[in-house]
Design a protein around this ligand. Structure first.
Ligand code: KG4
Ligand code: ZN
Length: 371
């Protein structure tokens, strides 16, 4: 394998405009991520049109910064890669078209990358803390938990996947974001819930959707359970306050005519928020860890790889490490959330296997793991 192949990778599938230069699939030469979070925060979630516009405004500066450490500049790049799905169509278009244009002008090979596969490949990147870390050993069981995806996959070799299970409704990160909104915490919800849950007292236990005999997941019922807890609390409070009557419950969270996501959230006392955040997080972590550990045993995995934005969750890391029968690998937090370094890592192994794409490769917003 030629360890010196240097790939310029671009990622614009959601709300991060990112470019990176990766050598030999594992070494990060540069890794630039411009987050749009401030642009979206005021809407409480990601607005596709805002994301597309921001990518166009930002991509040039991000690319220039990513190329800066290369002594030979463009001449040091051997191939160009970009995410082509899954993700927001308009957002994906910017990165994919910029990458194709660069590859065409500079007569370089072009590799399209699956964003979910790339999250898993974040585990192949080495960091300054562990520059000599060995590459993951196959077979591996990978748990991908992000804002858009939650799935368990078995990897028997590079590019050889078996999808074991996936979410039937909300992705784990989406559940974190929706429940954070119900609790009046900010966006993105994952870090906010983790912070709120820290040091919170136990006592509240929320349901777990086990979906027996399946590696599938479901989180929408858990979200509804949180909503019911909030309503119950508000009903109790309203009953204790003469004069406000039951109407407080009606105006409050989850007024019955509106869907949970669309409902305004009046402030809840911090202790209630903390308890529910903890109970919610424990429920998600329990289901994710139990199924991952079962899969690792069933398929004789040599390692478990954690990937995606929710892999940043400290309780998930802690619990998986505690219960796993084999070593658990988790990328550093900055490589768990969306970035282009992981795109460069995934692209390298595809490129080494002889895979390249033509100029006709289009965005595929619903691209599956095997797609
Ligand atoms: O992978 P990612 O950056 O974007 C997608 O491809 O979806 O994941 C973003 C998701 C968000 O839903 C965010 O709330 C969640 O990852 N997240 C976390 C944490 N940090 C980010 N969820 C739980 N705990 C965290 N510490
Ligand atoms: Zn992602």
């Amino acid at each position: 394998m030629n360890r010196q192949v240097t790939i310029l990778a671009i990622e614009t599938s959601c709300d991060e405009t990112a470019a990176a230069v990766i050598r030999g699939g594992r070494t990060i030469i540069s890794n630039v991520v411009a987050s749009q979070i401030d642009e979206h925060q005021r809407y409480g979630g990601i607005v596709p049109e805002v994301a597309s516009r921001q990518h166009i405004l930002t991509i040039d500066a991000v690319l220039r910064k990513a190329l800066r450490p290369l002594p030979g500049g463009w001449n040091d790049i051997h191939a160009v890669a970009a995410t082509y799905g899954p993700g927001l169509a308009g957002a994906l278009m910017t990165g994919l078209n910029v990458a194709k244009a660069i590859a065409w002008i500079r007569e370089l090979p072009f590799v399209g990358v699956n964003h979910i596969e790339a999250h898993i490949y974040a585990n192949w990147l080495v960091t300054d803390a562990q520059p000599e870390a060995p590459a993951p050993q196959f077979p591996v069981v990978a748990l991908v938990v992000s804002g858009g995806h939650t799935l368990l996959a078995l990897l028997e070799g590079h590019g050889r996947y078996r999808l074991l299970g996936q979410t039937r409704d909300d992705a784990a990160g989406e559940a974190f974001d929706k429940v954070a909104r119900l609790l009046g915490l900010g966006f993105p919800g994952g870090p906010a819930i983790q912070r709120a849950a820290e040091g919170a007292p136990g006592g509240v236990v929320l349901p777990r959707a086990w979906l027996r005999d399946s590696y599938d997941f479901s989180f929408s019922g858990l979200k509804t359970a949180v909503l019911h807890q909030i309503r119950d609390y508000q009903a109790r409070e309203a009953a204790l306050q003469p004069g406000t009557g039951k109407s407080a419950g009606k105006r409050g969270v989850g007024a019955s005519s509106a869907p949970p996501e669309a409902t305004a959230t009046p402030p809840l006392p911090p202790t209630i928020v903390a308890r529910l955040a903890r109970a919610f997080q424990e429920s998600v972590v329990d289901v994710l860890v139990t199924k991952t550990v079962e899969a690792a045993r069933a398929f004789g995995a040599a390692e478990i790889l954690l990937a995606g934005g929710v892999a940043a969750n400290l309780r998930l890391r802690e619990e998986l490490n505690r219960r796993a029968p084999v070593p658990v690998r988790v990328p550093p937090v900055a490589l768990c959330t969306d970035n282009a370094a992981m795109i460069g890592a995934a692209a390298f192994y595809r490129f080494e296997a002889g895979i390249q794409h033509g100029w006709d490769l289009d965005v595929q917003p619903n691209l599956a793991l095997n797609g």
